[in-house]
Design a protein around this ligand. Structure first.
Ligand SMILES: CSCCC(=O)C(=O)COP(=O)(O)O
Ligand code: ZN
Length: 211
């Protein structure tokens, strides 16, 4: 289904799959795929829908200003973040998850401003990484309901000399992306795996030091 020629079938399957993994419980998370770059058309789920129940025909199309140009429903307030990521990275798909692990770790590590992932074989699942001897930093931005302000902070992270593979919003969730939906989904799975490892490693360290 992921390789389906119909982008609606592919994106709706990815959304339900992410929900089934517990990374977009209830209405949490939002997801987009670029249908065409010029004029920009993003395929997205409408705001506030249960991400376990999204069908191909439920998806809406939004333009570069975040206005709905096709389909029923409202565009997510977080559409601005998807648009900023697409504009800065040229991504073909953007995935935003609300897993328990990313919600928790992004709060606990908020003061550090980043989560560093280093030395794991699974890092090679990220595009361009060919060795476990790699270090990836996921910036943590403060959460806010002011999406224009969050989008601006994301843009400056994405313009850095080493743009990140993902960005965390503290107590909220993870944004990641890829050249296409297949790559974006792989990045999400890899980063969720590595965040889970990081979380369990911290727990283990705590148990050890308490012995
Ligand atoms: C309980 S979900 C709160 C809103 C959110 O963070 C999210 O990712 C989903 O928002 P949407 O408007 O796209 O449904
Ligand atoms: Zn969210």
């Amino acid at each position: 289904m992921l390789h389906a020629p119909d982008p609606r079938a592919a994106l709706s399957w990815v959304i339900r799959d992410i929900h089934s993994k517990g990374w977009a419980t209830g209405t949490g998370g939002n997801f987009s795929a670029v249908l065409q770059p010029e004029p920009l058309r993003l395929l997205m789920a409408p705001s506030g829908v249960d991400k376990g129940l999204v069908n191909a025909s439920d998806l809406i199309e939004v333009d570069a200003k975040g206005q709905v140009v096709r389909g029923d429903g409202k565009a997510s307030a977080e559409t601005q973040l998807h648009l900023a990521i697409v504009a800065e990275t040229g991504a073909g798909a953007v995935l935003h998850s609300h897993s328990v692990t990313n919600t928790l770790l992004s709060v606990v590590r908020a003061a550090q401003g980043e989560i560093v992932l280093s030395g794991y074989e699974m890092l090679k699942g990220l595009q361009g990484i060919t060795t476990h001897e790699a270090t990836v930093s996921l910036p943590i931005l403060p959460n806010s309901q002011d999406m224009a302000a969050v989008a601006q902070k994301m843009r400056s992270q994405l313009r850095s000399s080493q743009p990140p593979y993902g960005i965390l919003l503290a107590g909220h969730g993870l944004y990641t992306w890829g050249d296409n939906l297949v790559q974006a989904r792989r990045h999400l799975e890899i980063l969720e795996f590595l965040l889970e490892v990081s979380y369990r490693q911290a727990l283990l360290g705590r148990v050890k030091s308490e012995e």
